[in-house]
Design a protein. Structure first.
Length: 89
């Protein structure tokens, strides 16, 4: 990643925008036009309640921050997998 020679990770490169898994799943369904239904199950006891990564180290030491909005990234991901499925013999 072209990081400084004196810098060692790990570094969290997540997106600090916090979304629930439900919100993410609903957005994928909306963007794909899927008629799939969500299934809800009890959360595992060790499941984190919050999923907001701390990217301050990446910002400070690598001058990095996410630049792709969630919807844009999902659209690109969906297009990628649609192309893979279309190209499958």
């Amino acid at each position: 990643m072209r990081s400084p020679a004196d810098f060692f990770g790990p570094v969290n490169l997540g997106n600090p925008g916090e979304y629930t898994i439900r919100q993410l799943a609903e957005e994928v369904l909306r963007l794909t036009g899927s008629g799939s239904k969500l299934t809800f199950k009890p959360l595992p006891s060790h499941d984190p309640v919050r999923r907001c990564p701390d990217i301050s180290l990446a910002k400070r030491r690598l001058d990095w921050k996410p630049t792709v909005a969630l919807e844009d990234g999902l659209k690109e991901t969906i297009a990628y997998f649609r192309a893979l499925l279309t190209d499958t013999p």
